[in-house]
Design a binder for this molecule. Structure first.
Ligand code: HEC
Length: 183
């Protein structure tokens, strides 16, 4: 009887494990271009910033933009446990214009139009610097299907030098700061 219950538990346990959705992994084309990740609005929202001033194309402080950052739930949970981002972590940075004077809004800003989608990917076997950086909005402002990694000095260097944890700007994301305190 015990044996049977034990076996059933095992089978049930495996079934549960099998039904856990696996972490969404970055997809690459044969030419090493990253396919634009989708569905990230269902991932973990790490935080938002408004009009941050570091030199980068596409933003001036006269027209501040919101930056929204997302990562896979599994990457977040691994960070919570270990303080490290696992291999195949994807970070998405969405840039939104700051709207004003619409509907009942009389002061302050709301997120209006999507003007940028950028991504970073940690893939230790694919990239010598572990992380690589991508842009997914073309010159015509339409989303790109796939994109090739930027040169090291365009994105990686600043992240490597200034980001608090493993190339990620943890210092600006309340959700990760909170996770760090629990570690
Ligand atoms: C001069 C410094 C600098 C450069 C260069 C830079 N970034 Fe960042 N990046 C930041 C900062 C600061 C943040 C966090 C704050 C924010 O923007 O909301 C950030 C955040 C990000 C994030 C969110 C995840 C993370 O790592 O914190 C992505 C994705 C990203 N940048 C992509 C890019 C891409 C793609 C490029 C190159 C086209 C680039 N960055 C170049 C400073 C930089």
């Amino acid at each position: 009887m015990f044996k049977l219950t034990g076996a059933l538990c095992l089978i049930f346990g495996f079934a549960l494990l099998a039904s856990e959705p696996a972490m969404v992994e970055p997809k690459f084309t044969a030419g090493n271009e990253l396919v634009r990740p989708t569905g990230y609005h269902e991932w973990i929202f790490l935080g938002s910033s408004l009009g941050m001033g570091y030199q980068r194309s596409g933003g001036s402080n006269d027209e501040p933009t919101f930056h929204n950052v997302y990562t896979q739930p599994e990457a977040y949970r691994a960070y919570l446990k270990t303080g490290k981002f696992p291999d195949k972590t994807i970070m998405i940075l969405e840039l939104m214009t700051a709207g004003a004077n619409a509907s009942i809004n009389k002061q302050g800003h709301f997120e209006d139009r999507l003007i940028g989608i950028e991504a970073s990917v940690k893939d230790v076997n694919r990239f010598p610097e572990k992380w690589a950086y991508f842009n997914f909005i073309g010159n015509d402002r339409k989303p790109l299907v796939q994109s090739k990694a930027f040169a090291k000095q365009t994105c990686w260097s600043c992240h490597d030098e200034h980001a608090a944890v493993d190339n990620v700007f943890e210092q600006f994301y309340p959700v990760l700061r909170e996770a760090k305190q629990k570690q």
